[in-house]
Write a protein that binds this ligand. Structure first.
Ligand code: UD1
Ligand code: MG
Length: 448
């Protein structure tokens, strides 16, 4: 079946208490909007329409980044969920197929649930997604008559009796495009909130003799986000699921609850992740790599057999080839380390390439920034960079070259050369004890 997604994202999200529209708040490094849009992808939608309102320009820009084919329509005033869906009417004019309505702030609907909604559409004109609520709070209540959904009553309009119903509305709808917009056209706003409720299409459909049903999903999928507390809860749910998935895939997580993942983290089988590791967006770790405790990774790739940390930081553009070792208090940014290269202690490597088997001594810094421009450092194969070397970029170090400890390298070093660039040492016999005597005498005078 042809599917068009309509994603509602016009609400202000007052309870977020934020300048940022609610759907742009992040879960696992991606805006809620991206999670919600990804939810619908299992249906291989032919069209996607995002209904924006509050801070629409920001929402439109974010949508374009996530899915450049999505259409963004503006709901100038937030007059209710039916009015919101109606904003997609023109964009979907002539579309032959089903519309699935999703909420931008409900990012955890499972693929299988959407597939069940579409399956139920074969025998019903209109399908609503419901769930059994442990505490139904202010959700709309689904009034069933056997298989048939008769109407939805919003909490504000419900009687005491109706409020006792625990089967609730998630907000998701599946319906043929032409039928849906015909039903929406008949929705009024004569209710407790003075809003055009999308939920009213159920009773209208029933009055027109259409078949309506509700498919049930697990309550955890319909977790909506309205406040920072719920955002934190959603993050926790995401993390718990992502960790469980990795464990299933054969990744070792020594202390899963202390590992934080991004929406797009990829870790291969038999990789080992020690406690307290944070993965920002864009990280791939190959099979058998080991990420040791307290490391922070984003936008980087770690190959098979590499060891990172403890206490390492890999920033965007860090590419570690096989068997590379990056140790404690080492920061790598926009740099490639070829097979078997090592940087084990207290080092910054930025805007650089490091050849295979090269050893970077403790305290080495690529001085890549002159205050205005960034420059590259190119280090060849089998090089030995002595401890505390400053590599003032742009600079190149040839294969099998060495730099002496404490060198400040400002010129290229050719292959096989030893570069010594530091003040020559001078020892002055007896001078130290004279200096001590002088200082101790001064201390004694000052005490008097
Ligand atoms: C809605 C449902 C309720 C359901 C609940 C599930 C209606 C009338 N009620 O209530 O039955 O149990 O969701 O969470 O549909 N939005 C717009 N434009 C608007 C109004 C809302 O884009 O004019 C968007 C919001 O940004 C949000 C979604 O629609 O993503 C739901 O709106 P919200 O105000 O949260 O509806 P609820 O009162 O929670
Ligand atoms: Mg809501």
């Amino acid at each position: 079946m042809n599917i068009a997604l309509v994603l509602l994202a016009a609400g202000k999200g007052t309870r977020m208490n934020s300048d940022l529209p609610k759907v742009l708040h992040q879960i696992a490094g991606a805006p809620m909007l991206a999670h919600a849009l990804r939810t619908g992808q299992v249906l291989e939608p032919a069209r996607t329409v995002v209904v924006a309102g509050h801070e629409a320009r920001m929402v439109a820009a974010a949508t374009a980044e996530i899915d450049e084919d999505a259409t963004v329509v503006l709901q100038e005033e937030q007059l209710g969920t039916a009015h919101a869906v109606d904003q997609a009417r023109t964009a979907l004019e002539g579309f032959d197929g089903d519309v699935v309505v999703l909420y931008g702030d409900t990012p955890f609907i499972r693929d299988e649930t959407l597939e069940r909604m579409i399956a139920a559409r074969c025998s019903h004109d209109l399908v609503i997604l419901g769930f059994e609520a442990a505490d139904p709070k202010r959700y709309g209540r689904l009034m069933m008559d056997g298989e048939s959904l008769e109407r939805i009553v919003e909490f504000k309009d419900a009687t005491e009796e109706e409020r006792k119903v625990t089967f609730c509305n998630s907000g998701l709808v599946a319906c043929d495009r032409a039928t849906l917009f015909a039903l929406i056209a008949a929705v009024g706003n004569d209710n407790a909130a003075g809003e055009f409720y999308l939920t009213d299409i159920v009773a209208i459909a029933r009055a027109r003799g259409l078949k309506v049903t509700a498919v049930a999903c697990d309550e955890s999928e319909t977790l909506g986000i309205n406040s920072r507390a719920e955002l934190a809860q959603a993050e926790a749910v995401f993390q718990a699921n992502a960790r469980a998935e990795l464990l299933d895939l054969g990744v070792t997580l020594t202390a899963p609850d202390t590992v934080f993942l991004s929406y797009d983290t990829v870790i291969g089988r038999d990789a080992e992740i020690e406690p307290n590791v944070v993965f920002g967006p864009g990280v791939t770790v190959e099979s058998g790599a080991r990420i040791r405790a307290f490391s922070h990774l984003e936008g980087c790739h770690v190959s098979r057999g590499a060891i990172v940390g403890p206490y390492a930081r890999l920033r965007p553009g860090a590419e570690l080839a096989e068997n590379v070792h990056v140790g404690n208090f080492v920061e790598i940014k926009n740099a490639t380390l070829d097979e078997g290269a090592k940087a084990n202690h207290l080092t910054y490597i930025g805007d650089a390439s490091v050849g295979p088997r090269t050893n970077i001594g403790a305290g080495t810094i690529t001085c890549n920034y002159d205050g205005v421009f960034k420059h590259r450092t190119e280090i060849g194969a089998d090089v030995f960079i002595g401890s505390d070397t400053m590599l003032v970029a742009p600079v190149k170090i040839g294969n099998r070259a060495m730099t002496a400890t404490g060198a400040v390298i400002t010129r290229d070093v050719e292959a096989d050369a030893l570069a010594i660039a530091r003040v020559k040492q001078e020892n002055k016999p007896g001078r130290a004890s004279k200096l001590f005597d002088m200082l101790l005498a001064r201390k004694a005078r000052e005490k008097q």
